[in-house]
Design a protein around this ligand. Structure first.
Ligand SMILES: [Zn+2]
Ligand SMILES: [Zn+2]
Length: 156
């Protein structure tokens, strides 16, 4: 069985070559650990779910307004401070607790002996949502359904 993944751009339907641009929904929390004697901030990703993939930043930018309206975002690209206003309702999100974050990441995928290796070359947080807007462990039902449809189409 050939299990080489073939990704097609959500927007232009081209087969994607490196780098891949991917929009993921993550459940994450900020923490600190000690590294070389100093406290540093860490981001702990508890769950990550890929929603859409693109072959270029241009295609992501074309799709971006639709994603923002689907997620009912008032603001995008939040600051990565310990308290961040929810991009939908403006409530402060305490980043030390699990919260939902959408991020766009550019990655070079490489075949490795035990699977696929992704080297992140660019990553930006697109939106942060408070617990009232999106529960940290429930998937965003509509968006995931759309993504599943697309997976079926591209693997056919
Ligand atoms: Zn494209
Ligand atoms: Zn909110």
């Amino acid at each position: 069985m050939d299990d080489t993944p073939i990704f097609k751009c959500w927007v232009c339907h081209e087969v994607i070559a490196n780098p891949t641009w991917d929009l993921s929904r993550n459940v994450q929390k900020f923490g600190t650990d000690i590294w070389e004697g100093k406290a540093r901030e860490t981001i702990n990703t508890l769950l990550s779910q890929q929603m859409f993939v693109y072959d270029s930043q241009e295609c992501w930018h074309l799709h971006e307004p639709a994603v923002a309206s689907e997620l009912k975002l008032k603001t995008t690209y939040p600051p990565s401070s310990p308290f961040t206003p929810c991009c939908r309702c403006g409530t402060a999100v305490d980043r030390s607790l699990p919260h939902v974050s959408y991020a766009i990441t550019a990655m070079n995928l490489q075949e490795a002996p035990d699977g696929w290796l992704g080297e992140v070359i660019d990553s930006k947080e697109f939106a942060v949502l408070c617990r009232d807007c999106e529960e940290p462990d429930e998937p965003a039902a509509e968006a995931v359904a759309e993504y599943e449809n697309q997976t079926e189409r591209t693997s056919a």
